[in-house]
Ligand binder design. Structure first.
Ligand code: SF4
Ligand code: SF4
Length: 294
């Protein structure tokens, strides 16, 4: 089994169109959409047979400070530094909590509890290229790490049950705790960039983030055009200097928006153009890299 995490720069740089094409090329994979908005990718994937279930494991943490004996066992138990000590008191950092429940099981006095919030619905759907998991409920920033963990756990269960070997994770936006949880759980990170004015700064920051999550990422340069060839070279030179593999350069092509308007991936729309050949070649490079890692 392998898991690939995909992320993009400021405008996400055509990530939805590329992910839908990669989904087609992969055959069958599970898609964990962790951006917490009903994205263009989901429109392209055209979710069918959607079943929504409340997610009972998005918790609000309830800590009864009066009953705490200050034994500080929970500090050692929490692997995510979500519980900290301030003098004789403990402090709970909700944004770091993944809702694993370990501290609750270990607290000898049962003073740590979750209160469950059933407002968040997880959607399980079918698409032309495999199952999708996502939520279109509003998930606030504090609950995103927990929600990310839930989506990924459910996605992996789905892979086991259906014997599907590849998981595509669309990382939550930004580089916060939720994105770090998702990236750290993957076998590889693919950064999609494009030659726009702030692209190098965004790329450097995403490379740093990927490295912190334990990956040397792959980079895909999208929307390459004769008019932005200098910026493309800047991105390429940076990658070469850092030893970062460039999985491909995808030419800018109006085929992408045309396909999207019809709700199709570019591979379904027209599979024999320069741009679709570049997408296919990039996918081969990504697949080979994953095969070498896993
Ligand atoms: S394990 Fe329970 S009793 Fe001990 S410090 Fe943590 S919350 Fe308090
Ligand atoms: S539920 Fe897990 S991540 Fe959250 S505070 Fe407890 S041990 Fe830490």
């Amino acid at each position: 089994m392998s898991a690939i995490a995909f992320t993009g720069g400021r405008g996400n740089e055509g990530l939805s169109a590329l992910l839908s094409a990669f989904g087609m090329l992969a055959g069958t994979s599970v898609l964990a959409e962790c951006t917490f908005t009903y994205s263009r990718l989901l429109r392209l994937m055209d979710p069918q047979n959607v079943r929504k279930r409340p997610v009972p494991s998005i918790p609000r943490f309830n800590f009864d400070a009066d009953r705490c004996s200050h034994c500080f066992k929970c500090l050692d138990i929490c692997k995510h530094n979500a519980i900290m000590r301030y003098g004789d008191l403990i402090h709970y950092a909700e944004h770091r909590c993944t809702a694993c429940g370990s501290c609750i099981r270990w607290c000898p006095l049962s003073v740590l509890q979750f209160e469950y919030d059933d407002d968040v619905l997880l959607s399980y759907a079918e698409s032309r290229y495999g199952p999708l998991l996502y939520t279109d409920s509003i998930v606030d920033a504090l609950h995103q790490p927990a929600m990310t963990s839930v989506i990924l756990e459910q996605a992996r269960q789905m892979m086991n049950v259906r014997k599907i070997h590849q998981l595509h994770i669309r990382l939550p936006r930004g580089q916060g705790e939720a994105a770090a949880i998702a990236a750290s759980s993957a076998d590889a990170v693919v950064i999609v960039t494009a030659p726009y004015p702030y692209a190098l700064a965004d790329l450097k920051s995403l490379v740093l983030f990927s490295r912190k999550c334990g990956h040397l990422p792959l980079v895909l340069i999208n929307k390459v055009h004769p008019s932005n060839i200098i910026l493309t070279d800047v991105l390429n030179t940076y990658c070469q200097g850092e030893g970062i593999p460039v999985a491909g350069k995808i030419p800018y092509d109006p085929l992408f928006p045309e396909a999207e308007q019809l709700g199709l991936s570019v591979i379904e729309y027209d599979s024999a153009t320069n741009c679709t050949s570049a997408v296919k070649e990039a996918w081969i490079n990504i697949s080979q890299r994953i095969a070498n890692i896993t």
